[in-house]
Design a protein around this ligand. Sequence first.
Ligand code: SF4
Length: 380
Amino acid sequence: MKYADEFRNKIIAEGLARAIAAETDPQRTYRFMEFCGGHTHAISRYGLEGMLPDNLRMIHGPGCPICVLPPGRIDMAIMLAERDEVILCVYGDLMRVPGSQGQSLLRAKARGADIRIVYSTTDAIRIAEQTPDRKAVFFAIGFEATTPPTAVSIQDAEKKHLQNFSVFCNHVLTPSAMHNLLESPDIRNIGRIEIDGFVGPGHVSTIIGTEAYESFAEQFGKPVVIAGFEVLDVMQAILMLVRQVNQRRHEVENQYGRAVMREGNLLAKKAVSDVFELRDQFEWRGLGLVPYGGLKLKQAYANFDAEVHFAMRELRVADNPACECGAILRGVKKPADCKLFGTVCTPESPVGSCMVSAEGACAAHWSYGRFRGPQLRRRS
Ligand code: SF4
């Protein structure tokens, strides 16, 4: 298949749905986590849950980069933006992410902070070059797929001897979060979720490759199938997971062979390892402190590290207590379990981060009606 439409073919989808139904064992339950928000989006958009057997449940995971940014890091960014000399360069999605006490970058901008929406790291570099009397700070977020451009921007800034460019680094790491989901001490507080296998993220895996999950699959005895983002990709990945579970295998398989290789993208990995190193721990919204869950700039690039340059203080603040984002990001609850879902909290007035980003579980459920549940849809 070459074109996107071919990956949405109804007849093939129905065939895959029949194959999944035929191969699931009615005597057992299958619980698969789609780690990535892109998969959640596809599942919700195409009503995929309604095509799956009742004993096969898809669980949304923490793979939305906006959703997992904790309120403390948003507060830190707001404090940075409120400094007179700073131009904070951010992706537009970040503007409405809630910090503590109802704060957001959007509100800070309304109060006069110089916050500019950028579409790439190149935009941020350009802003630094065009305003030499100010300090441009790029608010870097995201998983392994967005980390290489940040690394290249820092290398670029160094080559250009840019003195007024720095990065507020919030890049996080997928395999660390997958480990944390299954063995975190917070499990006692938030609740344990049983997972039989993972639909692994496609974009992230184009960079880190399938090999990055091998130790995870081995250590936890859980199958991982890396999948693309079209509905047939996800359905095929589910079928591959069903087969692994039935055969008691726990391997890393690659459904997304058209984009992902075992070793990943070596050039991108080299740029990242040149510039970044592991943090001992990093806070994720919903997961708490994740050991080796994030990256920081290496000492050699400290001049470009906003946290060093501006002597930023680490802030940890609690989420809005009424918001269930934490449990949802762990897969313990569904969006409709939150009392605020669709009433106080909607995409127009989000209370939690899961309703802000299009990839967030709450936004996906709200936009595509996934909250109605497969049984209800079948009856209607
Ligand atoms: S509905 Fe809103 S408040 Fe509730 S969990 Fe989702 S984002 Fe948080």
